[in-house]
Design a protein around this ligand. Structure first.
Ligand code: ADP
Ligand code: MG
Length: 700
C-alpha cells in the first residue's frame, strides 16, 4: 500500500460510491451532508449513542421506555395488508413472557427473522398488565458467545440515509483503514496529556464498548483538532513575525514626556489596565517586527484612549497612524473621540469616508501622501481607494469581529509597495473567555483591559412588558427633564411579515407624534443613506435630539455620555451579549443610567436570559450564561473569524482541553519552533493535509 499513513494517500480519498450499497442517489444525499470520501465518513462523528444493554428479566421492561432485550422468535412473521399499509407481526419469547412485536411496511422481515433464533431487540415497550408489546423494534442477531458492544452510534442523518446504513458504511471504512490512521500528535504530547492513539480513538468513537471508551476517544480527537488548528495559528503568527518587517517607532525621551503630558491633560486619570495596555503596545511598536495585538475590554472600559496614545506616539515619531471603523457612523465617532483626546496636541486629525466630497478627498489624499497628515480616521474607503501613505506605522481596527481575519490581513498589506507592513492594533469588546481567545485570536497577542474606570455607575437594568408602557414613558420624560438623552432600540426596520415586532419607523412615528410631541425625536436605521446617518448621529452628539429611536446600527462604539436611559423593545429577540453591548451605550458618564428591557415573551428561558442582564454587568459572565442557556451554536462565529470549522471540538465546553493544548504547544514551539524534528514532522504534514486550504486563506 503506498504512503497510506497520510491523508494524502488515495485510500482516505476513496469516493464513498466505492462502498457496497451506495447508489448514485445515496451518494448525492451524502454529499448534502458534506460526505464525499472515506475520510469524510471516518470523521462523521456520532452525535450520541443508543444504549443497547439488554434487561435481564421481563419484569424490568417498563411501559413507555425505550429498552433492549434478548428474545427468541416464536413463529414465522405474518405479513398482511391494511389499506396501503403492510403489517408484519410475530410473537417473541423472553423467559416465560411473550412479547408481541409489530412492524409496518417492512415485508422483507419475513425472511430476516427466523423462528427459533435469538435476536437482540431495541424499541419502545408497551406494557398492559401481563401483556407486553413493542412496535418497530430494531434488532441484531444474538449469540451468547460473542459480546456485543452495548452502545450504538447515532449519526446526524439526511433524507434517504438511515442510521443502519450509516453505521454499516462507517464500520466498513474503519475495517478497511484499520491501523492506518495518521498520528499527528507527538508521543510525548500524548503521554503528558494521557491521550489514546489515533487508531484507537477513531474506531472507538464510532464503536465504543462503553461510555468510558467513547469519552476517552472523543477527548483525544477534540484535543487533536484543537492542537492542529492552534499550531497552525502559531505558525502563522511566527511567519508574520519573522518574514515581515515593520519600522520601529523610535521613542525618544522627549516623546515619552509629550505622551505623559497628553495623558495628564485628559479629563480623567487612566486605569491601571489602560496604562498596562499602553505599555504593551509601545513595547511592541519599538521592535522592527510587526505588532499584531488585540486590546480586549468590555464596553466602556476605555479602549479608545489606548489606541489614541499609540497613534499619537507614531505621529511624534514622524510617522502615520490610521484608525479604521466598519461604518461611517463609527468613523465619525472615532474622529470626534480622537479630536477630544488629542485635540490639544498640535496634530491635525483627518477623516476619510465614503462621504468625503471629491475636492476635499483630493486634498486629504495628497496630504496623506506627502506626510502632512499623520493621524487619519476612516472607513473601508481607506482600503478601497489606493490610498498612498507617506510612512504608515500603525493601523488600528475597531471591533475586529466585524472585519474578519481576512480583511485584517489585507490591511497589513496596505503598505506592500513600500516593503514595510504597519503595526496592527485591534480593539474588541466581544467578551470571550481567555482560553477561547487563544483559539479565536491565536495569531494575535492580547492585552486585556479588565478594569472599568472608577466612579462608573452600574447601569440599572429592569425587565418590563408592554403593559408598563406608561411608566416607561414617564421615566424617559423624567430623564429628559433632567437634561439627559434617551435611546429607544428596536429589532426591525419596517413593518414586515412579523407585524408583532415593533419597527423602528413605527415606534418613531408614534413617539414623535403621539407620545413626546414636545421633544425632538430622531430615527436611525441601517437603510438610511450614509449622509443621513451621519446627520442624525451628529444631532444626537450635539444634543439637538432628546430621543434617538434606532435599530442595532447603534450597537458598536457610539459614545454620548449624556445619554442615560435606554429602552429596548422586543428584547427577547437579541442575544445577551448583544444586549450587553447595546446597554453599554449608556452609563458612560457620571449620571445615573437605566436600561429597560421590554418583552412580552412568556418563554421561560427567554425571561431567564433577560434576568441575567439585570443581575450582572460583567460581559464575560453574561456571555457564559448566554451559552449555558442557548447552547454554543455558532456563538463565537469561528466561520466569521475565518477559522476552520471544528467537527468535534466545542470551544465552550472544551475549555479545559484548550488550556492543555496551549501548554503542550508552548513546549513544542520552545523545543522545535519550525517543527523540523522527526517526531514533529507529522504535525506539519497532517496540518497541511487537513487544514492547508483554510490556513492558506488566513495567511493572505
Ligand atoms: P470602549 O472601551 O467601549 O471603546 P471608550 O474608549 O469609548 O470605551 O470609553 C468610554 C468612555 O469612558 C469615554 O467617554 C471615555 O472618554 C471614558 N473614559 C475612558 N477612560 C477613562 C478613565 N480612565 N476614567 C474615566 N473615564 C474614562
Ligand atoms: Mg469603543
Amino acid at each position: 500500500m503506498p504512503d497510506d499513513k497520510s491523508y494524502g494517500s488515495s485510500l482516505f480519498y476513496t469516493p464513498v460510491s466505492a462502498l457496497k450499497g451506495i447508489s448514485t442517489k445515496r451518494a448525492a444525499a451524502l454529499r448534502k451532508l458534506g460526505i464525499e470520501t472515506w475520510y469524510d465518513l471516518l470523521t462523521w462523528f456520532p452525535r450520541g449513542y443508543e444504549d443497547w444493554t439488554p434487561v435481564s428479566d421481563p419484569a424490568d421492561l417498563k411501559n413507555g421506555l425505550e429498552q433492549t432485550f434478548v428474545a427468541s422468535v416464536s413463529r414465522k412473521i405474518q405479513s398482511s395488508q391494511r389499506g396501503r399499509l403492510s403489517v408484519q407481526k410475530t410473537s417473541l419469547r423472553m423467559g416465560n413472557s411473550a412479547i408481541s412485536a409489530v412492524w409496518f411496511n417492512q415485508p422483507w422481515l419475513t425472511n430476516k427473522l427466523q423462528p427459533g433464533n435469538e435476536y437482540i431487540f431495541h424499541g419502545k415497550i408497551r406494557r398492559d398488565g401481563r401483556f407486553f408489546s413493542v412496535q418497530n423494534p430494531a434488532f441484531d442477531p444474538y449469540d451468547e458467545a460473542i459480546t456485543m458492544p452495548s452502545l450504538k452510534p447515532l449519526y446526524p442523518l439526511t433524507e434517504g440515509i438511515s442510521q443502519t446504513m450509516m453505521r454499516l458504511w462507517i464500520s466498513t471504512v474503519i475495517q478497511s483503514l484499520k491501523d492506518r490512521m495518521p498520528e499527528p500528535l507527538p508521543f510525548w504530547v500524548r503521554r503528558d496529556n494521557k491521550l489514546c492513539a489515533a487508531d484507537y480513538a477513531i474506531s472507538k468513537i464510532h464503536q465504543p464498548d462503553d461510555s468510558e471508551e467513547a469519552d476517552i476517544s472523543r477527548r483525544r480527537l477534540a484535543f487533536e483538532e484543537l492542537f492542529l488548528v492552534q499550531a497552525g495559528l502559531r505558525l502563522l503568527k511566527q511567519q508574520r513575525l519573522f518574514s515581515r518587517v515593520s519600522r520601529c517607532v523610535q521613542l525618544e525621551s522627549a516623546h515619552q514626556s509629550q505622551l505623559e503630558t497628553m495623558i495628564a491633560s485628559l479629563p480623567f486619570s487612566l486605569t491601571g489596565a489602560q496604562r498596562r495596555a499602553i505599555q504593551e503596545v509601545l513595547a511592541d511598536m519599538c521592535l522592527n517586527r510587526p505588532m499584531n495585538r488585540l486590546i480586549q475590554g468590555d464596553v466602556g472600559s476605555g479602549k479608545t484612549v489606548v489606541a489614541a496614545a499609540a497613534m499619537y506616539v507614531c505621529a511624534l515619531a514622524g510617522g502615520q497612524a490610521v484608525m479604521m471603523a466598519p461604518t461611517s457612523v463609527l468613523a465619525n465617532q472615532h474622529y470626534a473621540s480622537l479630536r477630544s483626546l488629542l485635540g490639544n496636541c498640535g496634530q491635525d486629525i483627518i477623516l476619510l469616508t465614503g462621504q468625503t466630497k471629491t475636492a476635499e478627498r483630493r486634498q486629504v489624499l495628497s496630504g496623506i501622501a506627502d506626510g502632512r497628515y499623520k493621524l487619519i480616521v476612516g472607513t473601508h474607503a481607506l482600503l478601497e481607494d489606493r490610498v498612498v501613505f507617506d510612512k504608515l506605522l500603525l493601523t488600528v481596527t475597531d471591533e475586529q469581529h466585524r472585519f474578519g481575519v481576512r480583511q485584517r490581513a489585507r490591511l497589513n498589506k496596505a503598505d506592500e509597495d513600500q516593503q514595510y507592513v504597519p503595526h496592527n492594533l485591534v480593539m474588541s469588546a466581544t467578551p470571550i473567555p481567555r482560553t477561547l481567545g487563544l483559539i479565536l485570536y491565536g495569531d494575535l497577542d492580547i492585552s486585556i483591559i479588565d478594569e472599568l474606570p472608577a466612579g462608573r455607575q452600574p447601569i440599572e437594568t429592569y425587565t418590563a412588558t408592554s403593559a408598563d408602557q406608561e411608566r416607561v414613558y414617564a421615566l424617559i420624560r423624567k430623564m429628559i427633564s433632567q437634561g439627559r438623552q434617551a435611546y429607544v432600540i428596536c429589532p426591525m426596520i419596517e413593518d414586515g411579515e412579523a407585524t408583532e415586532l415593533s419597527s423602528a419607523t413605527g415606534v418613531y412615528n408614534n413617539l414623535a407624534q403621539n407620545v413626546f410631541p414636545e421633544y425632538k425625536v430622531g430615527l436611525m436605521h441601517g437603510s438610511l443613506k450614509p449622509a443621513a446617518k451621519d446627520q442624525v448621529m451628529q444631532e444626537f452628539y450635539d444634543r439637538k435630539l432628546d430621543i434617538l429611536v434606532s435599530t442595532t446600527v447603534i450597537e458598536v462604539g457610539v459614545d454620548q455620555p449624556n445619554a442615560a436611559v435606554m429602552v429596548i423593545e422586543n428584547a427577547e429577540r437579541f442575544g445577551l451579549a448583544q444586549l450587553h453591548q447595546l446597554r453599554g451605550r449608556i452609563g458612560r458618564g457620571s449620571h445615573r443610567s437605566i436600561c429597560v428591557l421590554i418583552s412580552d415573551s412568556s418563554d421561560e428561558i427567554a425571561r431567564e436570559r433577560l434576568k441575567t442582564l439585570c443581575h450582572s454587568q460583567d460581559g464575560f459572565e453574561i456571555a457564559e450564561k448566554d451559552l449555558q442557556l442557548r447552547g454554543p451554536g455558532d456563538f463565537f462565529g469561528t466561520r466569521q473569524h475565518g477559522l476552520p470549522v471544528f467537527k468535534l471540538a466545542n470551544l465552550y465546553q472544551d475549555r479545559d482541553i484548550i488550556a492543555e493544548v496551549s501548554r503542550s504547544l508552548d513546549l513544542l514551539f520552545e523545543r522545535d519552533p519550525d517543527l523540523q524534528e522527526s517526531e514533529h514532522k507529522n504535525v506539519m504534514k497532517v496540518l497541511g493535509d487537513r487544514y492547508g486550504e483554510a490556513f492558506s486563506e488566513l495567511a493572505l
